[in-house]
Design a protein around this ligand. Structure first.
Ligand SMILES: *[C@@H]1O[C@H](CO)[C@@H](O)[C@H](O)[C@H]1NC(C)=O
Ligand SMILES: *[C@@H]1O[C@H](CO)[C@@H](O)[C@H](O)[C@H]1NC(C)=O
Ligand SMILES: *[C@@H]1O[C@H](CO)[C@@H](O)[C@H](O)[C@H]1NC(C)=O
Ligand SMILES: *[C@@H]1O[C@H](CO)[C@@H](O)[C@H](O)[C@H]1NC(C)=O
Ligand SMILES: *[C@@H]1O[C@H](CO)[C@@H](O)[C@H](O)[C@H]1NC(C)=O
Length: 549
């Protein structure tokens, strides 16, 4: 029963109730203001952390949303001194139970600068939050800086527009698509322009992200718009090649949402006018219902798209991620990329009793596969059903649930990431460090929250808690926190995670022939990237049926 309580606590940790509670606690804490700092927008005052370790600047506006669905206006200016204290700004989004939160004009960054100040400029890490392109924020509540800034780096987190407000893609200048990613580009430009004022080196910037944030990082690697805005990239459990990270029929999707809201049209301009005049809460509150048989992964609907070229509008993405990667047309920088060994617990844990028994491997086939015939499609679905379920039916029974979780983790994260590693190695001239995070410890909060506490390993998001501090005084798992943050910050500083021999084995970059990854666990060992029959089966299927446009 104890665990039921803790589980409830952990789930609520990710919910609105907790945020409200935290804001009450925060309000009682007397801020210790820092000396004002001059930025491109005006003067700003931050807060010195109670332990004196850093100054934090919260909710600095980096751009202003003037038109819904369109690029934001860069670099806002203000009069007087801006008190950068608010940790609760987030973009409009829906929590569970139809609770909405956030605002439309939400484009802010948080900057954490270590104390004492250094004589030389510090390396900078910019984090892009996950949440399926539909929820989350850069708030210190989830992404606290304490562990990373100890290593002398400046940490930046930020918000970008989400859901239909960030990813409506109509192919017209009023709603060209990828606005959420263009927000991210503006945040990176703001960092380039301003970070020196915080003591950061604008030419020593690493971007990193998890889940949809990781897919975002891979999009920045692919986009000409992001070229020159960063020097290294880290991708944690997400890629532009994942089936949930690209929409193929954006106008159809938009018209389905309009229909949900009671307006039937397939004309892009009509859809735009309707959405532009709708209440933002209405837009976010309506959801296109899930097709019976599909999995939780199919619910990531408003996500990046390949843009139509429109006169006067700068495109972020003009070809599919697969084509750009295969042709080697991208920004080549040193890379860390990896996944966790049980990604799927998190996704299986998000299904409910009804959706579980409804799962149908045919409906569930990823949307970035395209089959020449119904027969081939059916055969492929049967192949994966047999491979993963081994005759069992998907249900909440532990043995079936574990098998289904394995399927979701592979199709949603592990295969797309492996595929990305493979394509990078074929076309890049910079080191690619691959990893599998397999550690199961007291901070695997995602695994605990989604009901898989008693199983070993790490699920989607678990590594974050070994990198970012959460609002608790507990000082646990110090060794793994130290290990992860040292790898990540050494890569940021020197372009390699293990520059000198230390107590840890050397993390070698993956080679084209027989690539290896680092298994990050109590003991760290190198292991092959390929060598799992399941991933091999996905690779065969994608070799034949990949949807390329
Ligand atoms: C979109 O909505 C905004 C705010 O309601 C309005 O000012 C603007 O004129 C609208 N744009 C179009 C093209 O209808
Ligand atoms: C299960 O999830 C589906 C899809 O999100 C939802 O429509 C349904 O109401 C949920 N059922 C229960 C019993 O919570
Ligand atoms: C980045 O910063 C680190 C630490 O200050 C420094 O050693 C390194 O040379 C810098 N890298 C670049 C590319 O400037
Ligand atoms: C990180 O870099 C520092 C400085 O080069 C080095 O002393 C340390 O051993 C490195 N850590 C790891 C895990 O390689
Ligand atoms: C995966 O598929 C790609 C593309 O067909 C192929 O080049 C590669 O060799 C495959 N990898 C393995 C390990 O089978």
């Amino acid at each position: 029963m104890m665990w039921v309580k803790i589980k409830r606590y952990l789930r609520s940790f990710l919910s609105l109730k907790w945020l409200v509670l935290m804001s009450l606690c925060a309000a009682r804490m007397v801020p210790q203001p820092s000396a004002p700092l001059a930025l491109s927008g005006g003067l700003v005052r931050g807060n010195i952390a109670p332990d004196g370790s850093h100054v934090q600047y919260l909710a600095l506006p980096y751009a202003t949303v003037t038109h819904r669905f369109q690029e934001a206006k860069p670099d806002p200016k203000w009069e007087g001194i801006y008190d950068a204290y608010n940790e609760h700004v987030r973009c409009k989004q829906r929590f569970t139970n139809n609770k909405l939160s956030g605002v439309e004009d939400c484009l802010t960054v948080n900057v954490y600068s270590p104390l004492p100040q250094s004589d030389t400029l510090r390396p900078v890490m910019v984090f892009i939050h996950g949440g399926g392109f539909r929820d989350g924020s850069g708030s210190p509540f989830m992404y606290g800086p304490r562990h990373l800034i100890k290593h002398g780096v400046i940490l930046v987190t930020f918000n970008y527009r989400l859901e239909v407000l960030g990813f409506l893609c109509l192919g017209i200048k009023e709603a060209p698509g990828n606005i959420g990613l263009k927000d991210q580009v503006q945040a990176l430009k703001w960092v380039k322009k301003n970070i020196r004022n915080f003591g950061g080196d604008p030419d020593n910037v690493t971007i990193f992200g998890e889940s949809a944030g990781s897919a975002s990082v891979s999009y920045h690697v692919l986009s000409p718009m992001s070229q020159g805005l960063y020097n290294r990239a880290i991708m944690q459990s997400g890629s532009a090649l994942a089936p949930w990270a690209l929409q193929f029929e954006p106008i159809k999707t938009a018209s389905l949402l309009a229909a949900e809201m009671g307006y039937k049209t397939e004309d892009p301009l009509e859809i735009y006018k309707f959405f532009n005049s709708s209440d933002a809460d209405d837009l976010i509150n309506h959801r296109i219902p899930r097709v019976k048989g599909e999995t939780v992964l199919s619910q990531y609907i408003f996500v990046p798209c390949v843009e139509k070229s429109i006169p006067g509008v700068e495109s972020f993405l003009t070809d599919t991620p697969f084509n750009l990667l295969s042709k080697g047309q991208y920004n080549k920088v040193p890379i860390i990329i990896g996944y966790n060994n049980h990604e799927g617990y998190y996704f299986a844990g998000r299904e409910n009793d009804t959706t579980l028994v409804d799962v149908d491997f045919l409906e569930a086939l990823p949307r970035n596969l395209l089959f020449p015939s119904e027969r081939k499609k059916r055969k492929t679905a049967e192949k994966f059903n047999e491979l993963y379920m081994k005759g069992e039916k998907v249900s909440k029974e532990p043995s079936a649930l574990l098998k289904y979780a394995h399927y979701l983790g592979d199709v949603g994260i592990k295969y797309p990431v492996t595929d990305t590693i493979d394509l990078f190695l074929k076309t890049i001239d910079k080191p690619v460090y691959a990893y599998e995070f397999s550690y199961g410890g007291l901070l695997n909060l995602a695994k605990m929250a989604f009901g898989f506490r008693k199983y070993p390993g790490a699920t989607h998001g678990d590594e974050l808690f070994y990198m970012f501090s959460i609002p608790t005084k507990l000082n646990i798992e110090r060794d793994m926190v130290e290990r992860m943050t040292t790898f990540w910050t050494n890569f940021t500083k020197y372009g390699e995670p293990t520059p000198e021999s230390s107590s840890l084995p050397k993390w070698e970059p993956a080679e084209k022939q027989d690539p290896q990854l680092l298994v990050i666990d109590k003991e760290c060992v190198m292991a092959p990237v390929w060598g799992d029959e399941y991933i091999g089966a996905w690779n065969d299927t994608y070799s034949q049926y990949r949807r390329t446009n």
